[in-house]
Design a protein around this ligand. Structure first.
Ligand code: AOF
Ligand code: ZN
Length: 362
């Protein structure tokens, strides 16, 4: 199952709205020989099991299938994986986690049992749920997983007082940040950051990507200029702008003409899209994992709304000082018990910088 989880991980950021699944077919009668491996392909299909079965061919007869998510039982865009597994003659299925998709939800497992396949459920369930946390949140709660990424100075600043923020962290951390983009379905910034940095928000790694992440700007009043890199690239890389309902129609059609998708979200009392509403809109369009790259206002809004699930901080060995810009805007928390708390899950050196990884304390 650990091998299947590692295969599944390859699909992260590439398979939305589908989950990233891995499958390993093993023949117990051949001393545990692996006869097929597969993982969900970019765009979400073919599914992992279909891929593994294709590799195994006749070798799948009598095999044990290790799958990180309950095989699907529905006729969707592809025929059900359970039927393919049964037809191939597997003897046993070891499944990490039940699929919460209402079209599946246990039906895959009962269909396997009906066909005489012995089923074990719950092997490495925690790891599988963590891997597909975005898919599970979208299915169960109707929102994507949000990871907040910041490149910080030692003293928690993301820019100089004048706004200069390029290259706070070193080269290794920046390459790592590009990989993070690739592993998320969407990369999101606030309009302040879009105006200050004119970012491209693409994954620029050697070898490129098999599916570009959606670039998302939260821009209540549509201030994103047509001359920005984001708009100029919108014909080639999916680019979504989230506006508050009632944003100016003329600007909207200008952006739409350039290939931008304009999405309306419900405005809060400050006129900005409500975090819960924008989260719902992103999930509706299929996103399961969103990387938030700032700025401080957007980060604060999401944190206040309890929507930040994971935090990735790249901490550079330099001091900017209290006149620099804070990574997270004011939260107005009166007491320590009100603070947003996280649990550290990892810390390691990336070049000259430090990477810290946290999860929300639930
Ligand atoms: C699997 N193996 O690798 C994946 C599964 O639109 P479709 O037909 O591709 O179905 C999408 C649903 O299939 C998705 O919501 C989830 O329940 C399941 N995804 N299932 O057996 C896979 N990616
Ligand atoms: Zn399937």
């Amino acid at each position: 199952m650990r091998a299947a989880l590692a295969l599944a991980r390859r699909g992260l950021g590439l398979v939305w709205p589908n989950p990233a699944v891995g499958c390993v077919l093993v023949r117990p009668d051949l001393g545990g020989r692996v006869v097929g491996r597969g993982w969900t392909q970019p765009g979400g299909r073919p599914h992992a099991e279909t891929e593994a079965l294709a590799r195994a061919g006749e070798g799948a007869r009598g095999a044990t299938a290790h799958v990180t998510l309950e095989p699907c039982a529905h006729h969707g865009e592809t025929p059900p994986c359970v039927e393919a597994l049964i037809a191939a003659g597997i003897g046993r299925a070891v499944v990490a986690l039940e699929d919460p998709d209402p079209r599946v939800q246990g039906r895959g497992l009962s269909r396997l049992r009906e066909a005489g396949v012995s089923v074990s459920l719950g092997i490495c369930e925690g790891e599988a749920a963590d891997l597909n946390a975005g898919f599970l949140l979208r299915q169960r709660v109707g929102r994507p997983l949000f990871t907040l990424k910041s490149a910080l100075s030692l003293d928690g600043r993301i820019a100089l007082a004048g706004g200069t923020s390029k290259w706070i962290t070193g080269e290794v951390a920046r390459a790592h940040a590009h990989r993070l983009r690739d592993r998320h379905d969407g990369v999101m910034v606030g309009i302040g950051t879009a105006l200050a940095d004119d970012p491209e928000l693409t994954c620029r790694l050697p070898g490129g990507t098999r599916r570009p992440s959606v670039r998302i700007v939260v821009d209540s009043r549509l201030r994103l200029p047509s001359s920005s890199r984001l708009v100029r690239g919108a014909a080639d890389v999916p680019t979504w702008v989230i506006v508050a309902e009632g944003a100016e129609p003329k600007r909207r059609s200008e952006l739409v003409d350039r290939g931008v998708t304009v999405i309306e979200a419900e405005p809060g009392p400050d006129g900005r899209p409500l975090p819960a509403s924008l989260a719902r809109e992103l999930a509706k369009r299929g996103l399961t994992r969103v990387l938030v790259e700032g700025g401080g206002e957007l980060a604060a809004g999401l944190l206040k709304a309890g929507l930040v699930d994971r935090l990735v901080c790249f901490r550079a060995p330099r001091v900017i000082g209290g006149d620099g810009i804070a990574a997270i805007a004011g939260l107005g928390q009166g007491a320590l018990i009100d603070t947003k708390d996280f649990v550290r899950a990892d810390v390691r050196a990336v070049g000259v910088d430090l990477l810290e990884f946290y999860r929300r304390r639930d």
